[in-house]
Design a protein around this ligand. Sequence first.
Ligand SMILES: *[C@@H]1O[C@H](CO)[C@@H](O)[C@H](O)[C@H]1NC(C)=O
Ligand SMILES: *[C@@H]1O[C@H](CO)[C@@H](O)[C@H](O)[C@H]1NC(C)=O
Ligand SMILES: *[C@@H]1O[C@H](CO)[C@@H](O)[C@H](O)[C@H]1NC(C)=O
Ligand SMILES: *[C@@H]1O[C@H](CO)[C@@H](O)[C@H](O)[C@H]1NC(C)=O
Ligand SMILES: *[C@@H]1O[C@H](CO)[C@@H](O)[C@H](O)[C@H]1NC(C)=O
Length: 947
Amino acid sequence: MASTSGYLLLSFVSCYFALLAAGQMTHPSEVTALQAIRRKLKDPLRNLRNWKKNDPCVSHWIGVNCDFYPSDGFLHVKELRLLNKNLSGILAPELGQLSHMEILDFMWNNISGSIPKEIGNITSLQLLLLSGNQISGPLPDELGFLPNLTKFQLDLNYISGPLPKSFANLPSVKHFHMNNNSISGQIPPELSALPLLIHFLLDNNNLSGYLPPELSKMPSLKILQLDNNNFGMSEIPASYGNMSKLLKLSLRNCNLQGTVPDLSGIPGLLYLDLSQNQLTGSIPPSKLSVSITTIDLSNNTINGSIPSSFSGLPRLQNLSLQNNLLSGFIPSTIWKNMTFSKDAKLKLDFQNNLLSDISGSLDPPSNVTILLQGNPVCARGNQLNISRFCGPGNEEEAPEIPSNSNNSCPPQACPVSNNFQYVPESCFCAAPLGVGLRLRSPSISDFVPYRGQFEVYITSNLHLELYQLSIDSFQWQKGPRLRMYLKIFPQYSNDSSTFNISEIQRITDIFAKFSIPSNDTFGPYDLLNFTLLGPYSNVFLPPLKTGLSKGAVAGIVLGSISCAITLILAITLVFWKKLSLPRYQPKVSKDQSISKIPVKMEGVKGFGFKELEMATSSFSIATQVGHGGYGNVYKGILTDGTVVAIKRAQQGSLQGAEFYTEIELLSRLHHRNLVSLVGYCNEEGEQMLVYEFMPNGSLHDHLSAKFRETLSFERRLNIALGAAKGILYLHTEADPPVIHRDIKANNILLDSKFTAKVSDFGISKLAPVTDTKGFETADMLTAVKGTPGYLDPEYLLTHRLTEKSDVYSIGIVFLELLTGMRPISHGRNIVHEVNAACQSGLMFSIIDRNMGPYPSECIKRFMALALKCSQDKTDARPTMLEVVRELENLVSELPESDTFQLELNASSSGISGSATSSVYVKKSPYVSTDFPGSDLVSGVIPTIRPR
Ligand SMILES: *[C@@H]1O[C@H](CO)[C@@H](O)[C@H](O)[C@H]1NC(C)=O
Ligand SMILES: *[C@@H]1O[C@H](CO)[C@@H](O)[C@H](O)[C@H]1NC(C)=O
Ligand SMILES: *[C@@H]1O[C@H](CO)[C@@H](O)[C@H](O)[C@H]1NC(C)=O
Ligand SMILES: *[C@@H]1O[C@H](CO)[C@@H](O)[C@H](O)[C@H]1NC(C)=O
Ligand SMILES: *[C@@H]1O[C@H](CO)[C@@H](O)[C@H](O)[C@H]1NC(C)=O
């Protein structure tokens, strides 16, 4: 052993020198800084597990991109991009030591704590992106001295305190996104000195004071968005009417008084929202920009008449004047000069005013909606022939369904399980990249007419052909913001239907570095996620290669080859030593089993057949706890006392390669809410998988009539959340991502503390075998299956498998948790039954009577979530991330009542007596009678009666 470790040491030393010789080391202070940053972050999904390796830049730590700086001969961190990685914890002050960093992107995590002032030391910083976290505390003055900062995005956090005046010293900043925080105080007039600012978003904060007239001096400002603040009865400065570049002015619900300013001096204004203030007086008669799409002056106390200047605005989509004191005539010329492009609509909302007459006759084309309810003119409805406009406005329009259907393509399907899809209208199969975007401040109210324009805008900036982009879905959100999911397809070619890595890199870089210039109509965007599925699931995006000389590259290559060789030698030595330990006794001659196991499977143990035979009393019937298509499941006790569940394959049910693929996949999945693989055995013609043992059996056991103990609402909710987190990990964080395909109550197991763990990922179906090009071999395509009652209906129809199929299945499990019903019983489908009950107002009548007391508000929301997950249409279902967030909200809002506590204690003590003897899978009835524990479980008498 001593010689081995000596050799290991030697190999690391030679590795080190190889790299040093090539001049390719990360600056030591940055290595220390990154380790400190890592220590302060919590990484539940183990995204950063490769941050334990040697040199951050050389071994490509996840999220870290470096560059070589000849000035000091070191590699330096240039980008730290950890977008959407479920990180929590806090940001370390050591970030300030990454002195060459240009991009710092931690968007969409759960990071808390405050912003370290040391970030103000990174003078090279260009993008500071922390949106969508739980960061609190004030804005450090120090951030105001970053000469190259262009994007400053801290929106959707809990930042408080004032806006520092020092921010007026950011000469390069273009995007200032601080909306949705708790920033308070006066907007410093000094900020008007920012020469390049184009987007100033401070909506949804606690700002007060007055609106500084000086803001109109910002020469480049395009978007000024301050909604939902309280500028205690100050007025809108008249100077705002002179902002020559302004596209969007949004001052909704700001407690403003005074009159509507004359905005006719803004030549390109697209979007105006001054609603929910206390504006008085009449609307200025001068003409607004001809480009305007949206005018919202609703919920003020504006009087006078509707000016004729609202007529003949060719791009108008929405004119909202409701809830004011407008009187006089309704102009019938508003839509006269409009060029209704394909799909364009115009909505005129004049409800609840004092309008008393119409000019001419109201006879708009079908794509114009007029709402007049609550006006005196409606009293003469029949007489003027306008009754049809006087009904209640049906506010909730039908959800917009994406119009791109692939109906024109021939019916035979693309290869499903490798995520191949028809390129819309082009009818060839290719594997798309998924991109989640959110337009954070679009200047339109209706996307449909602009859809084509948006497609051209995106594809031209990505240098792609138009057919390569498909807008998979889009949805308006509060703000208004527009969230969308794009699919980007590779170019048509005869020999490849996938992107190569450099092309993926190019496209993701353009999005992630915000290289798409913001467009006047669509405004700035947020990048929400990239989905790399199917052939891309193994794609590892290499770091930037800029700035490296050819000599340096050769040095690295040579250095790392010699490094790799020494390491391989070292590992082989260790491994060989391990194999020669007598305990394992591999029968290499028989099937060379062990030697085929890849080296990287840390934490998974190879068991000898004898060892497992002993653990299960020679696989006696008494230790058998379950039976499936795969074979039998046994409960075993290892020599060290560990209790495990052992799946023993029936002879011939698995082929060697599949068995290894399976172990390889499972050994990479580590999450609190997934059952973990302890080891495997491949000896004497036997193939077995060894898992941690789940004393509380499956969720199905607990819901079925046989084991009728009370499962409290709180416990059910926590089981739902646990299972959802496990699936979220499979979808977004497992590497490569995994679609479970068989989520059901039987596959959600419960440990001694009732923590839910998802099991059976791919065991019964097996993960697809991939060849060297990443394509699945043909046989696996037929192996797709699931369980009736849990199967996504759209998947059944289209054979197109997505993560949303798991969302459907977990939705069914949620419905089971709520109602105690089976997915299909007596031929009736649970979704149908629950929907019917909810629609007839009988929701509470179907709640499982064995649940005990529950807060009805929570149950309503849980039910709504369950039904949303189990919608027929894939796009209507939420993502797993949204499911987890909603469940987390529900859990955090649970009232902490004594009854819950009492019940929890009662049931857990009732079960603990049987915990060790309860079983893992109780599928076959004869098995459960073999176990006294199961009787005990069912014998628990609920201490709290269902109401
Ligand atoms: C970094 O910031 C701290 C506090 O803001 C300051 O005292 C220190 O001098 C800065 N260091 C460098 C190298 O700029
Ligand atoms: C800022 O950007 C300019 C131009 O790209 C560059 O020359 C300069 O070195 C940068 N400043 C810092 C502090 O990195
Ligand atoms: C606008 O005013 C009406 C009636 O005054 C009120 O019902 C409605 O909620 C208000 N709208 C908003 C968004 O506050
Ligand atoms: C419509 O356009 C014509 C020609 O440009 C113009 O004369 C007329 O005033 C316009 N009508 C309205 C209502 O703006
Ligand atoms: C809108 O109206 C125009 C003119 O009446 C018509 O040509 C167009 O088809 C309509 N569009 C829709 C979506 O109804």
